[in-house]
Structures are given as C-alpha cells and as structure tokens.
Write a protein that binds this ligand. Structure first.
Ligand SMILES: *Cc1c(COP(=O)(O)O)cnc(C)c1O
Length: 458
C-alpha cells in the first residue's frame, strides 16, 4: 500500500474529524459567504506523481479552491432553482460515501429496499398512488429523459414495433406537444433520436405560461396517430401550471403519452394552499420531480415515476450472464440509464425521516412567503416591474439596465439572481428554494437590488 494511503488509513478518525471541523466552519459562515464567487481563474496544476496525503490535500483545497466557491448552499442564492442541503440530508450524503453501496441488486444489500421505501415516501408526498413506480436518477433532465424514453416505447407499441429493439427508424415522426417546455425536454428529444424539431409548441393562455387546453385538443385532433404530450407543472420563468386534470381528461378521446415535468412545481403538493396546482398529477404516464432543488438534498438527485414499468424494462434492461434476469421485481440496473448507481435515495431518506412531510411543507410555505414578500417589495423600487403574479416561489421582473444591476448585486455578495427573457422582455428571476431562506433574506435582497439600481442611475 502506498505509504500515504496507509497513513491515512491509520489516521482515518482524525482525518474525518478535520474534514468535519472544516465543513462545520464552512456551514457556520454560509450566511456571510458571498452568494456568488467570480471564478478565480487558477492555472491547472500537473498531476501529482507523489501525493501529499489527505490532510495536506484538505489544506490545499481550502487555500486554493474553496475561496472561489459560491454560497449556493446558502439563503440568498436565488439563481436558477437552487436548493441547499438540510442537516439530515448532509448526514445522508456523508453516509452515502461512507457505505458506498452500488444500489442495483438485492443480492448483497438492502440498499435497494431503502431506495424503494424512499420512493414510496416521495409518492405519498407528491400525491401519487400505487400505480406509479419510481427510481432515482441524477436530476430532472435525466428524469425527463427516462419518462420520454418510456413514452417512445409506448408509441412504438401502438404501431406494433419496439423502438428499444428496432431503433427509432422503426417509428415514424413522433409529434411531441407542449405549451412551455423546459429546455431539457428538447435535449431529451435529441438524445432519444426523436429530434428537437418534433416539439410543437401549443399556444398558451393569454399572458400565461400554461397551455391553452382547447388549443392542445385541437392539435391532438389534427393528428392522425398517437403523440407525446409534455405537461408542465411549474415553469421556470413564472412557475405556471398546466391544468393537469383537463389535459389528462383528453386521454379519454385521444391517444397520447402524458409526461409531466414537475421538477420543482411538484412541491406545490406539500402545501394545502397550493396543492390544487398539481391536481391530476397522478393521471400522468410519467412524472419528473427534482430533489436537489426543493427537497434540499445535495446534488445530484431526482426521481422519475411511471405507470408503465413493463415498458421501462424493455428500454433499460441490461442482460448479462452475471446479472439477474429482467423479470419479476427487477434489479434497478434494468430500469435506469445507469448500471452501477450511487445510493442517491439516502439523502432524501434522511431528510424525510428527520423532518417529515410537515417539516418539508414548512420549508415550501416559508419560501413561498419569502417570494411573495420579495415580489411585493421589489415592485416598489423605481424602474422595476413584475412580469407575472408570484404564483409560488419565483419572482420574475423587468429592471432598467438589468445586466448591470445583476452584476452589481452579484459583486456585492449579498445575493445571486439569474437573467431570463419572458414574453420577449429581458428579465430577472429570484427563485426561492433554500431551506434556510426566510423573509429577512428577501428584504436583504431587495435592499441590495435597491442599492444596485440607485448606483446604476448615478
Ligand atoms: C431544473 C429543471 C429541469 C432540469 O433539472 P436538472 O436537475 O438541472 O437536470 C427540468 N425541468 C424543470 C421544470 C426544471 O425546473
């Protein structure tokens, strides 16, 4: 054994204590850490031939890399839709690495059963019934991809072909209809060989990002075969929701695979005041929910649900002499793009065990309250105009001189927001999804924006 490796093994408890102390300090200082850090532009060093041991590596990381890391785990990082990691989720993350399970088979571990228990908890959390099975994947993009891959197989079955066996060439053009799809849907269509150009956007309701269901029905009626419909539950700009019940009702008249991208909007189900936004989710053939956003577990974790595990098995099965056959209650390498799999469920298991549905409801409701307060206050700043009502946890607003204002806020370290374009108007978004964030944070970000705006007018 390499002498440094042997020394680290002998000194493992001290090493972990050093890492623990450092991590505790980082988390303790998160509130003061700049929300955004400009890249330090370090010159890459050559591969170490002789290593330095883990204790020195920790020092090197602290000195060289950590100062350039953002405060994205903290309360005023409002870019994209970014959660942090709850204390229990972090414990789960450490133990995921500690046990280093390959969560694929029940032959040697109950890790797969833990994942199943967690999927069951998540099903309850999002109001899904027993008809949906689920697995963990790395993020919502992957969850959308898996859902659409199963949908592709379903479309093949309507035509008497198996895309998994014969390839997408066996399938004619597949119309994919959606109102305001996330960019990852296009990516999934590219990866799946269906093609980005097959996505036909359906008109939205006036001044909304929700699909016009009558227009969707007209589009379905004009087709001469089955289709995929991607319904959106929580759009990134204005967190708008398609009427899932009305969309699902169209399945009684038209043949289509209903995929719902509920990456973060699915969390509306946790709040009695907002659960109506996702009513009908259970009717979907496949559902995407991200966990590293609003569940506040570390990257990378999402769940994909489907009512058609048989078709999922057709797509993802992985047959080899040394593996279990894709039958019965299949091992998980038969269901996901990965073969070897990190036990991603453990972080979700920990945070749900620790805080329960009630604890996570409180996070959602506190974030929504912070977004509301932020929306109401930011709208009073000169030169600011809300572009949509605050429906859930994102505030979308237009600002005079948006790029300069954005850069000034980021430089201040107080907050990080990201730009977008909504209905052709350049805009900023403030997305509230961190378990630490409250109304006081909303006020601090409004103050930082106010200062940046005032400075830009000077
Ligand atoms: C974030 C998001 C995605 C993609 O999620 P990743 O975890 O970044 O892959 C897909 N759809 C919606 C609606 C999202 O908000």
């Amino acid at each position: 054994m390499d002498s440094r490796l042997a020394a680290d093994l002998a000194g493992l408890p001290d090493l972990l204590t050093a890492a623990r102390d450092y991590a505790a300090g980082v988390l303790d200082g998160l509130d003061e850490r700049p929300a955004a850090a400009p890249p330090a532009n370090l010159v890459p060093e050559p591969l170490p031939v002789t290593g330095v041991g883990a204790a020195r590596a920790l020092e090197m990381f602290r000195e060289r890399w950590a100062p350039g890391f953002s405060g994205s785990a903290g309360p005023r990082y409002l870019g994209f839709v970014t959660g942090g990691a709850t204390p229990a989720a972090l414990v789960g993350d450490w133990l995921t690495g500690t046990f280093d399970q390959n969560a694929v088979t029940r032959q040697d571990s109950s890790a797969v059963d833990l994942e199943r228990e967690t999927v069951g908890w998540l099903r309850s959390l999002f109001g899904l019934g027993d008809g949906h099975s689920g697995t963990f994947v790395s993020g919502a993009t992957m969850s959308n991809l898996v859902g659409l891959a199963i949908g592709r197989e379903w479309l093949g079955a309507r035509q008497g072909v198996s895309v998994a066996r014969q390839g997408v060439g066996a399938l004619g053009d597949v119309p994919v209809l959606s109102g305001a799809p996330h960019s990852s849907i296009y990516k999934a269509l590219a990866v799946l060989g269906l093609g980005r150009d097959q996505l036909r956007t359906v008109p939205l309701l006036p001044d909304r990002e929700a699909v016009d269901v009558a227009a969707l029905e007209a589009a379905l009626a004009a087709l001469d075969g089955p289709a995929i419909v991607v319904a959106n539950a929580g759009t990134v700009n204005t967190v708008d929701f398609d009427d899932l019940r009305a969309v699902a009702r169209l399945k009684e008249k038209y043949q289509f695979w209903l995929h719902v991208d509920a990456a973060f909007g699915g969390f509306a189900a946790l709040s009695p005041d907002h659960a109506h936004l996702v009513a009908g989710l259970d009717r979907a053939d496949s559902v995407c929910v991200d966990l590293h956003k609003w569940l506040n577990v570390p990257y990378d974790a999402a769940v994909q649900f489907t009512r058609h595990r048989d078709l999922q098995l057709n797509v993802f099965q992985n047959a080899a002499a040394y593996l279990t056959p894709p039958e019965g209650d299949p091992d998980l390498f038969h269901l996901t793009p990965e073969n070897s799999r990190r036990l991603r469920a453990l972080t979700a298991w920990f945070t749900l065990a620790a805080y329960g549905a009630d604890g996570h409801r409180e996070i959602v409701e506190r974030n929504v309250a912070a977004a509301r307060r932020f929306g109401a206050r930011v709208a009073t700043l000169p030169g600011v105009r809300l572009l949509a009502p605050v429906r859930l946890n994102v505030v979308c607003f237009a600002v005079d001189g948006a790029p300069e204002v954005l850069a000034a806020v980021a430089r201040s370290g107080e907050a990080f927001l990201t730009p977008t374009v909504h209905q052709g108007v350049p805009a900023l978004r403030a997305a509230f999804a961190n378990w630490r964030t409250g109304e006081a944070d909303a006020d601090r970000v409004v103050a930082a924006l106010g200062e940046a705006l005032a400075a830009s007018r000077r």
